[in-house]
Design a protein around this ligand. Sequence first.
Ligand code: AMP
Ligand code: MG
Length: 424
Amino acid sequence: LSHDHSTLLSVDEAQQRLLDQFETLPAESIALEAAAGRILAEDIYSSLDLPPFPNSSMDGFAVRVADVAGAQVDHPAVLPVVADIPAGRISRQTLGAGQAARIMTGAPLPVGAEAVIPVEDTDFNVREAGVEAPEQVQIYRAAGAGENVRPQGQDVQHGELVLPAQTWLRPQEIGFLAMLGAALVPVTRRPRVAIFSSGDELVPVGRSLQPGQIHDSNNYTLTALVKQNGGQVIDLGIVADDARAVEETLDRAVEQGVDLLLTSAGVSVGAFDFVRSVVEQRGELGFWRVNMRPGKPLVFGHYRQVPFIGLPGNPVSAFVGFQIFVRTAIAKLAGAQDRPRNIQQVRLLEAVHSDGRESYLRAVISRQDGELVARLTGHQGSGNLRSLVQANALLILPSGVKLLQAGEMANAWLLSDIRVEITA
Ligand code: AMP
Ligand code: MG
């Protein structure tokens, strides 16, 4: 890793260079009920047909097609009911010619049956539990072969690839895995991310502010972001601007076994850059000058072999830096394909300025006359977290563009595309 002070990296190059430093974590096998929000480590092949047996999709009467051919309300087919088949029970009886069987939704179709006539199309329009089946039934309509029957293997065939590795397990995948009988699921280990803030001015929430102090907000933002992206947080709190304290904190994190050290502030090339000097002593640290705004240098390195990312201290810069760099790194650790950003073309309602770096500006996107329009959320100071709260998107000005006029089009990155936290 070079200590590169001279080259100006594009955002894409910096992202790629950072990603190259991360490896996907090993797999572990966990209980299905704990797997929501995790990432599949292996391809999943079905060991079952789904449905596992042909079954009825309605409450009704199982019949043979020929026996109901031409049936109508004023000319019903009248059939003896020879069996009553609730869900969960196999009928021992084969359905012979001229016979019907009452059958419930999800119950296995009896051998010999070809279709199910719903109760609504018979003279026995009864669904209440506990009501005995009639001795005979009048069928008011004809049926085609397979009507209201879910055939075995219709949805999934035994041996089929059903979920590829890298799939992010949403509630619907969890239910699907349950259908397949997967009690244990191979997932990648959750990335363990140690977070700390540095600065003598910072106090945690719950303490009153003395003159010159502010609440540490980055720790809370970053914790929520890490969790939202499937990571586990090791909270190391606030560390004073003091080399010993920084070193002790980093050592504590490394000894607990973490996959990423994530910090905000304290890394600027100024007088109080303790984090920088400590990391350099026991590892390596690079300052990458990235052609973006907001952005101090992106600080990346290793401390005792553990990857280290230093985000800027300013709360908006820390948030944007996380979204652009840390999110993809965590996704790679977790074995997930980072979901593509939700980028939309928007029309500007006001002129937007930049200094020519790739700029990420807080904006509100709304729909107006059938198109998406954008306006900025007030002053864009990188300490103004309120303007980020008011935003639902980051407007992206490409590098080299210093001005876009009102009425021009631009790209907006909708922030609502981030993952919803499921894991605790
Ligand atoms: P620094 O990178 O240490 O120069 O900090 C830049 C700015 O961000 C300063 O105004 C700090 O007070 C502020 N800042 C640093 N860390 C935090 C934090 N954890 N929460 C809120 N503001 C912070
Ligand atoms: Mg500071």
